[in-house]
Design a binder for this molecule. Structure first.
Ligand SMILES: CC(C)(COP(=O)(O)OP(=O)(O)OC[C@H]1O[C@@H](n2cnc3c(N)ncnc32)[C@H](O)[C@@H]1OP(=O)(O)O)[C@@H](O)C(=O)NCCC(=O)NCCS
Length: 181
């Protein structure tokens, strides 16, 4: 399996691996309770931020030990979001994708642009068979993003995980290599 050549330029963004100096930029949005409302961790604080960053800087490609690729999206020199792709089964070429962007840049198609580029990497560079996304059904912005990316809504799992003191449903979106042909 080849690794993608990074940094990668899209129409408006530069996508590159996480570096320790991105900590403040990522905390600017992951520290916002609204941004993490539907993700399975609390807003980043002084204690958790270094732990989150330590994991992220290790996601340097699906063939690395972390089995994940995490890229930050840089707009005009500023980190405004990130997209992660992680292997769920190396042998069967299955992966999951996830994303978050700073609310200040919402509504401009930047998450779509970055995630589409990561899906190109998933299928064209890594040769994956399937990429899935799992999300809380209340996360309408994320579901719309999946749909803009051409992912199909495949399942609505009822009360499939316990989070913040309540059972939470989960939507599964999927994109197959054959869907793209
Ligand atoms: C999920 C998330 C990244 C989506 O952000 P977003 O701003 O809605 O997505 P985009 O950047 O792709 O922007 C799309 C919007 O811009 C509009 N847009 C403007 N120009 C566009 C363009 N060139 N291309 C595509 N869309 C464009 C679209 O119509 C869409 O607006 P709409 O939702 O009102 O129809 C964001 O809500 C987020 O970070 N959420 C918190 C983290 C999170 O929950 N992550 C997922 C966990 S599963």
């Amino acid at each position: 399996m080849d690794e993608p050549k990074l940094p990668l330029r899209t129409e408006r963004l530069v996508l590159r691996l996480h570096e320790p100096q991105d900590t403040a930029a990522l905390r600017a949005y992951y520290g916002d309770p609204e941004v993490v409302r539907y993700v399975p961790f609390a807003p980043w604080d002084d204690e958790s931020t270094p732990e989150h960053m330590a994991k992220r800087v290790k996601r340097r490609g699906l063939t690395c030990e972390a089995r994940g690729l995490g890229v930050v999206a840089v707009l005009d020199g500023r980190v405004v979001g990130d997209v992660a792709l992680w292997s769920t089964d190396d042998a069967q070429r299955l992966a999951e994708i996830g994303w978050a962007f700073h609310p200040e840049v919402a509504g401009r198609g930047l998450a779509t642009e970055a995630a589409a580029a990561v899906l190109d990497i998933a299928f064209d560079t890594y040769g994956l068979h399937r990429v899935a996304a799992q999300l809380d059904p209340r996360n309408v912005a994320s579901a719309r993003l999946c749909e803009r990316l051409g992912m199909q809504r495949e399942a609505h799992l009822r009360q499939s995980w316990w989070e913040d003191g309540e059972w939470t449903d989960s939507l599964v979106y999927g994109l197959l290599e054959s869907d793209r042909r």
